[in-house]
Design a protein around this ligand. Structure first.
Ligand code: PXG
Length: 440
C-alpha cells in the first residue's frame, strides 16, 4: 500500500530541535551531502564545516572506513537485545575506549546521546553511594552556564537559563558552582590565569549542605555550548582535591571535549585531572550513528558488583545501549582517529588555529576571543535591546558565504573537524572577518 506522504518540500510536520522553526521554514537551509570538510547544500553549493556538524564529526564527513563498517554490520547483525544478552563488538569497543581513556578509567556503560550519558552518570553516582551504605548522598552539584543535555537531570545540574526556565520543577537537591567567566580573562589564549579560587565555592556548598548529603559534582572541563569557557589554571585540580577530600564523585562531561578536540583523547588527560566518571557521545561514532558512553573508574563499577550473582546490579539501561551498528561505527571511528593520528594533528594545528582566531581581535563588534585545541569562540557586542540578533545574522551571512559556524547568545563558536588544514583555517577565519565587517 502506498503511503500517503506530503511532498518532500512540505516542511510543516517536522518540529525542528533547537531551531527558529518559522524563520527556517520561510528560508530553509538544507544539506544534501557531505564529504570530508564540506557540506553540499540543496542548491549545490559547498559549505566549509566550521563546527564538525554539532561538535561530533571529528574525523570529517563520509569517511569510507566508517561508512563501510556500518554497511557491513547492518547486513550481519542488525540488532541484538541489550539486556541479559551480548554481542562481541560491544565488548570490543568498550576495550578500545578504555585503551584510550586515562589510567584508572576501566568501565564503559553505553547510552545513545550526551543527554543520556549525563542522566546515567548522575544515577550511577547516587546508586554508588547507596551501594556503599552511604544512601544520604543524593545531592548533585552543577555549575552556572553548564550544559549537560536536555533531560531533567541534565537541565537541573545545568545552568543555561533558557534550557531551564520554562520547564517547571527541576530535580530537587541540586546546587550550582559559579561559572568561570571573568572579565579580567578577556582575550586570553588558552587557559586563563584568573579564577582557580572559584572552585573553592564547592567548600562553601559543602559547608552549607554537609558533605554527607552530596553525591557528585558535574562540570564540563571546557564549557562548550554556553560559548566556550576555559577552566582557569588550577581550577579543575582544585575541584578534584575538594571532591576527594569530601568523598564526592567528580564527573567530567566530556561530550564535546572527548575524542581529540583538545589534542588528547580526553580533557582529563589534557588537564591531567582524573574524574571518577566521564560522560561522552558525539565523537565516539563521528556522529554517524547516535551513541554515548559513561566511563567509570574501577572503584565506581566495583561498588555495584556485590550481592548474589544472578541479580541485576544496576537497574538502568537503554534498548539501544551498545547497539551493534553504533558499535561498528564507533570501532571504525576510533580506528580512523588512530590510523590518521587525528588527535596529534589537532594538537599540531591548534597554535595556528589560535593565532588565526585571535587575528579577529580588531574585527567589527568583537569583544572577546577564547580558544583551546580546535575550539574557538568569538564573542560579539550584542545589539542594544536585541541580544542574540547580531550573532544570528552572522550565522546566516556566514552560511551564504560558504562557512558553517554556530552561535549561542552573541557568541560565535567553532569546532571544525580535526582534519582541517591551514588553508581551510584561513578560509574559515577570513570569511568570518568579512561577515563580521559587513554586519550592522
Ligand atoms: N553534555 C555536553 C557537554 C554537551 O555539549 C550534551 C551533554 C548533550 O548531548 P546530546 O547528544 O544529548 O545532544 C552536550 C551537547 C552547540 C551544541 O552548538 C552543543 C551540544 C549539542 C548541540 C549543539 O553548542 N552539546
Amino acid at each position: 500500500m502506498a503511503l500517503d506522504r506530503p511532498s518532500p518540500n512540505d516542511l510543516r510536520a517536522f518540529w525542528m530541535p533547537f531551531t527558529a522553526n518559522r524563520q527556517f521554514k520561510a528560508a530553509p537551509r538544507m544539506f544534501v551531502g557531505a564529504k570530508d570538510m564540506h557540506y553540499t547544500t540543496a542548491e549545490g553549493r559547498q559549505v566549509l564545516d566550521g563546527t564538525a556538524g554539532l561538535w561530533c564529526c571529528n574525523a570529517g564527513h563520509c569517511r569510507p572506513k566508517i561508512t563501510e563498517a556500518v554497511q557491513k554490520q547492518v547486513a550481519e547483525l542488525d540488532y541484538a537485545p541489550a539486556f541479559q544478552m551480548g554481542h562481541p563488538i560491544a565488548f570490543e569497543l568498550a576495550n578500545r575506549i578504555i585503551d584510550m581513556a586515562p589510567d584508572g578509567i576501566d568501565h564503559v556503560f553505553y547510552t545513545n546521546s550526551g543527554s543520556e550519558s549525563v542522566e546515567t552518570a548522575l544515577k550511577i553516582a547516587i546508586a554508588y553511594h547507596r551501594a556503599r551504605g552511604d544512601g544520604a548522598r543524593t545531592r548533585l552539584i552543577g555549575r552556572e552556564r553548564g550544559y549537560h543535555g536536555v533531560n531533567f537531570g541534565g537541565i537541573s545540574v545545568g545552568g543555561i537559563v533558557n534550557n531551564r526556565k520554562v520547564f517547571g520543577t527541576m530535580l530537587g537537591g541540586v546546587d550550582h558552582l559559579p561559572h568561570t567567566h571573568l572579565p579580567e580573562n578577556a582575550w586570553t589564549k588558552g587557559q586563563p590565569d584568573h579564577g582557580a579560587n572559584l572552585a573553592d565555592d564547592l567548600e562553601r556548598i559543602v559547608a552549607l549542605h554537609g558533605a554527607e548529603t552530596i553525591a557528585a559534582c558535574i562540570v564540563e572541563p571546557v564549557a562548550g555550548s554556553t560559548g566556550v569557557l576555559l577552566p582557569p589554571k588550577g581550577y579543575l585540580e582544585r575541584l578534584r582535591e575538594i571532591c576527594t577530600k569530601h568523598g564526592i564523585l567528580l564527573i567530567f562531561d566530556e561530550v564535546i571535549t572527548g575524542f581529540g578536540r583538545l589534542g588528547s583523547p580526553f580533557a582529563a588527560q589534557h588537564f591531567d585531572v582524573l574524574p571518577d566518571m566521564m560522560t561522552t557521545a558525539k565523537g565516539l561514532t563521528n556522529g554517524v550513528i547516535p551513541m554515548g558512553a559513561v566511563l567509570t573508574t574501577g572503584a565506581v563499577h566495583d561498588a555495584f558488583m556485590q550481592g548474589p550473582e544472578h541479580l541485576i546490579e544496576l537497574f538502568h539501561g537503554y534498548t539501544y545501549s551498545g547497539n551493534p551498528i553504533a558499535c561498528a561505527a564507533g570501532l571504525a571511528t576510533l580506528e580512523t582517529y588512530a590510523e590518521e593520528g587525528l588527535f596529534d594533528r589537532c594538537a599540531e594545528i591548534a597554535p595556528y588555529w589560535q593565532e588565526a582566531l585571535h587575528s579577529l581581535q580588531d574585527a567589527r563588534h568583537v569583544i572577546d576571543i577564547r580558544n583551546m585545541g580546535l575550539i574557538g569562540a568569538v564573542e560579539l557586542e550584542p545589539i542594544a535591546g536585541a541580544p542574540t540578533k547580531r550573532a544570528f545574522s552572522a550565522f546566516l551571512k556566514a552560511y551564504e558565504k560558504g562557512i558553517l559556524i554556530r552561535t549561542t547568545g552573541d557568541i560565535i563558536a567553532m569546532s571544525p573537524p580535526l582534519i582541517i588544514d591551514r588553508a581551510q583555517v584561513d578560509e574559515l577565519i577570513g570569511t568570518l572577518r568579512e561577515v563580521l565587517d559587513a554586519l550592522d
